[in-house]
Design a protein around this ligand. Sequence first.
Ligand code: NAD
Length: 524
Amino acid sequence: MVNILITDEIHKDAVEILKRVGEVEIATNLNKMELKRKIKDIDVIVIRSGTKLTRDILEHAKKLKIIARAGVGVDNIDIQYATEKGIIVVNSPDASSISVAELTMGLMLSAARNIPQATASLKRGEWDRKSFKGVELYGKTLGVIGLGRIGQQVVKRAKAFGMNIVGYDPYISEEVARSLGVKLLSDINELCKVSDFITLHVPLTPKTRHIIGREQISLMKKNVIIINCARGGLIDEKALYEALRNRKIRAAALDVFEEEPPKNNPLLTLDNVIGTPHQGASTEEAQKSAGIIVAEQVVKILRGEPAENIVNLPAIPSEKMGKLKPYMDLAEKLGLMTIQLLDRSIEKVKLIYSGELAKEDTEMVKRSFLIGMLSPILLAGVNLINAPTVAKNRNIKVIEGTISESEYGNAIKVLAEGNSESISLVGSVIEGRPVLREINGYRVDIKPEGIICIIRHIDRPGMIGKVGLLLGDYGINIAGMQVGRKEPGGESIMVLNVDHVIPEDVLEKLKNLENIRDAKVINL
Ligand code: NAD
């Protein structure tokens, strides 16, 4: 008999589904000691955000196979440790998109018409019809940052209000934007300049942190309204506070904050800020659907069927996988490099396998490549099961090919194209470890690990010294360096392994050095 423990409240229909496959115990509000005791003998645990499955809790699990998180965020689970222990983690990323989109519209209307402030005034016994004059949505330009699941739902609803929509999402194709009726802008600053309302729907990553900062706010129209139902860290709250105080920004409607719950957050002292306590997914329907989706995932896994929403993928059993594993690792690194180097919507990817690898079934290698390429830009886990579907949903064409001979032996060549730019990479496996052998036809020999800076430059005496000096001035240590060139005096590349993150302003200085064409930092 399968023992299933539910430690946060989930919808009764989800409980019914679970009861069909095992013995279900519901025990909410457990303290750490109780949870450690109970987790010992169970096969499946179903949680929401309330239960924290840290390492010291999971250490007590003796036969746990599945952690099911009803909802999206998995930051309350030690995924790495769960993976080490062979525990599968599933979630339900799709369940809340409509609810969040509806809250976004609700907050947009509330901010435009001062509904919360007017309600409070009415309840104070006032009848003030002047102070709360608002603005219409009709005919206004809405800037949508991030056109994924939620962003797209917001677009559909905003169109019904007669808004013109512009979008910023460098990883979405023109075609998808066109089908949504969104004018895709290639620069976030452009979106800030033209929008009357701005709404954010991107995941919080090192790249999107403070995506709305002082510079973006300075470019905005006076009286713009900002809505954030995504993640707090996306907006620089200090800069937002100043702009709201001096009425450059008319109003902000926030469901999320840099620190949650907010402690003495000055934004909440302003009369032109309205908000909700991270309630985007708090609807009957989203919670029902989150529960049902994870319950169905649990049933599928227990029956040995493929499940779509696996966040991690622990043991890959077959022997064959063992042989392919180093190539899967290499492919994932190549995918990570591809998205970071192209940094735009990718329309087509060609993967060419050579040597012995060309004779193998490379499906899992392809899927690993897609995981690397898609994970940095998407909120939900991309895994070996759902990777091809996620790629297809984003209109990415993936082609595989083989060549029997390559100077690198068993190797993977990647050719990726998007928005009229392309990139090529070649990687191989040496002594079981991935090695990058070519970037855009330039030979290199580097371990795809850590922080790497790739510089395109003209081959001139002293270039290496100039770069080293500049980075040294900012305390950035170079751990390794390689130069690749096709001919003396021509265009070349420099690849640096660095020990520290290169800040944006230093990267700009690097790009401005004489004879440097471009510089990019990637994280592997
Ligand atoms: P998604 O993964 O479906 O879509 C994210 C989109 O952002 C993708 O289209 C991606 O291409 C784009 N993107 C990635 N990096 C970008 C960048 N640097 N610039 C511009 N676009 C970029 O995610 P989703 O399900 O739509 O979720 C969007 C946000 O909503 C996330 O931040 C998520 O945490 C948040 N969320 C909030 C609540 C809530 O309760 N308020 C609930 C669910 C989700």
